[in-house]
Design a protein around this ligand. Structure first.
Ligand SMILES: NC(=O)c1ccc[n+]([C@@H]2O[C@H](COP(=O)([O-])OP(=O)(O)OC[C@H]3O[C@@H](n4cnc5c(N)ncnc54)[C@H](OP(=O)(O)O)[C@@H]3O)[C@@H](O)[C@H]2O)c1
Length: 367
């Protein structure tokens, strides 16, 4: 495993470029790992030098947090481990205030997560999903209170609209509250929509983009074929109405076919090429690995140990290029020419980032 650490956002927190996702810790959802396997996944990651663990209060009914806390304690790794967890999803059916991003739920959720994790602080506390209701001011002020109370160290967002993320960051900066350091979103060869809004947001505002489902829930491992039955999460969830699991589309099969050809030429597995591609995209701080088996994880941990030939990268860029809907379609070269009066305005030289507060020494992708 590549043991380089990146700083998360503008913080002094150093995290592995490959994080360990623990959404598969527990079999409650029908596609995870039992406790022995989860412990082996944890140990394989820790032994390889990884330090960044991702969980959520809603994963497998709290089992994920509980086991992660136990595994960290078993090896006395709490000081070494960077633990990210999340709140939003409801912990008590029938009680509308046991979910969402309001102050009452955040304060309930943080204590429940601390208890399950068996720790007295969370390194990165993440708003899991926009609840379409709570003002960014309420969530950000509450999260700042938690930093001051010593219960959490840093603040993250996940699965929110771009305008909400921008407002959350602006209000935190204006009020001197703890800013957003990380934004966790789905990103892979089969899901590149975040490139329009969130990657530029992260680069401009010091927010590290952390990637979930980098293999499209396993699709990019190549083990699923059109019209055939496969084995794994996507097969278990075939017919699911959750948009994250609807991966068997004509467009995606074209991407998988090109990935297969590229991986063959590179002499690497499809999964490692897909992970390498996404980790090296601009603005990406960390990629969260998911696995149900130790051999999957061992193979994926080697995904950054090689450099993909630029010609092969270009083929993957091309086959997976996302549509450019309005208003992004309006920001292209033609419009820019109308703005600059036809004068050529090139990119700023390296190191000239007057309007972008990125720490000295940080390069592309290190936000
Ligand atoms: N913030 C959010 O809303 C959000 C949402 C989703 C996930 N996440 C986080 O992101 C983490 C990773 O997401 P993900 O699990 O969806 O990632 P993923 O990399 O897209 O999918 C991982 C799954 O693919 C299969 N797989 C992985 N490596 C493989 C290999 N080498 N060969 C064959 N199959 C392989 C395994 O499932 P099977 O064995 O079942 O096929 C594995 O569980 C999660 O654990 C969680 O921490 C966050």
């Amino acid at each position: 495993m590549n043991t380089d650490y990146y700083t998360l956002g503008r913080t002094g927190l150093r995290v592995s470029r490959l994080a360990l996702g623990t959404m598969t810790f527990g079999t409650d959802w029908g596609w995870g790992a039992d406790k022995e396997t989860a412990r082996a996944l944890f140990n394989a990651y820790a032994d390889a030098g990884g330090n960044f663990y991702d969980t959520a209060d809603g994963y497998t009914g709290g089992i994920s947090e509980t086991w992660l806390g136990e595994f960290i304690a078993e090896r006395s790794l709490r000081d070494r481990a960077v633990v990210a967890t999340k709140f939003t999803f409801n912990g008590e059916p029938g009680n509308p205030n046991a979910g969402g991003n309001g102050r009452k739920n955040i304060l309930r959720a943080v204590d429940a997560s601390l208890k399950r994790l068996g720790t007295d602080y969370i390194d990165l506390y993440i708003l899991h999903c926009w609840d379409r209701l709570t003002p960014a001011e309420e969530a950000m002020r509450t999260l700042d209170d938690l930093v001051r109370a010593g219960k959490i160290r840093h603040v993250g967002l996940s699965d929110v609209p771009g305008w909400y993320a921008g407002r959350a960051q602006a209000v935190a900066e204006l009020r001197g509250w703890e800013p957003v350091s990380s934004i966790q979103l789905e990103y892979s060869l089969v899901q590149r929509n975040i490139e329009h809004e969130f990657v530029p947001f992260g680069a401009a505002h010091g927010v590290g983009v952390t990637v979930w489902s980098p293999l499209g829930s396993g699709l990019l491992s190549g083990k699923y074929k059109p019209g055939a039955q496969g084995q794994g999460r996507l097969e278990t969830l075939r017919g699911s109405t959750n948009p994250g699991f609807q991966k068997f589309t004509e467009r995606n099969w074209r991407i998988v076919a090109e990935l297969e050809a590229v991986a063959k030429e590179a002499g690497r597995s499809m999964a490692s090429v897909a992970l390498n591609w996404v980790a090296n995209r601009p603005g990406i701080a960390s990629v969260i690995l998911g696995a149900t088996k130790v051999d999957q994880l061992q193979a994926n941990l080697a995904a950054l140990d090689f450099t993909l030939d630029p010609a092969l990268t270009a083929r993957l860029d091309e086959v997976s290029r996302p549509d450019t809907p309005f208003p992004y379609s309006f920001f292209g070269d033609e419009t820019q020419g109308m703005i600059t009066g036809g004068a050529a305005v090139g990119d700023k030289p390296d190191g000239y980032r007057a309007n972008v507060r990125i720490p000295a020494g940080a390069g592309a992708g290190v936000t």
